[in-house]
Design a binder for this molecule. Structure first.
Ligand SMILES: [Cu+2]
Length: 157
């Protein structure tokens, strides 16, 4: 009767990975397409802080001509916005880029991405991590709110 060895599971290696600190990650990314091709579109997402403080240093994509991080603010009753270079993401925190606050501006969103309904964004962190996240592209539809002040209005630029 022949005996054979049961392969030994690689559990010790897998367990070693559990000691790694929780990374910062980004989810719920979406882009609100500008109804006017000459105007920038807006992008939103939520950054979740990991075990260590870091910062978001920028966002890149192959599917738009240019991306900037902006912050909206109310000044003398008027909404204005300005570019921001870096956004702190403290450990265990949640930093939202949302309509009316921090947002991405995307110029020249690529037709291929629009056709697919999503585009990949690369988030550059201060700790050297690069996070690739798919953002859903929401087309400007007939149901778009008409009265609310829109963060897509970039005439202030
Ligand atoms: Cu803006």
């Amino acid at each position: 009767m022949r005996s054979y060895f049961t392969p030994i599971l690689l559990a010790p290696l897998a367990l070693a990975a559990c000691g790694d600190p929780a990374p910062t990650y980004v989810d719920q990314a979406w882009v609100r397409l500008s109804p006017n091709k000459d105007m920038p579109s807006s992008g939103y997402f939520i950054a979740h802080g990991g075990d260590a403080d870091t910062a978001l240093r920028g966002v890149l994509t192959d599917y738009a001509l240019k991306v900037e991080m902006h912050e909206s603010m109310s000044e003398g009753g008027k909404m204005t916005m300005k570019p921001i270079e870096s956004v702190p993401i403290p450990a265990k925190s949640k930093v939202a880029f949302a309509p009316g606050g921090k947002h991405l501006m995307l110029w020249g969103v690529n037709d291929t991405a629009i056709g697919r309904g999503k585009m990949t964004l690369t988030f550059l962190l201060a700790n050297g991590d690069r996070l690739l996240v798919d953002a859903i592209i929401e087309k400007p539809g007939a149901a778009a709110p008409a009265s609310a002040p829109s963060p897509d209005d970039h005439k202030a630029h």
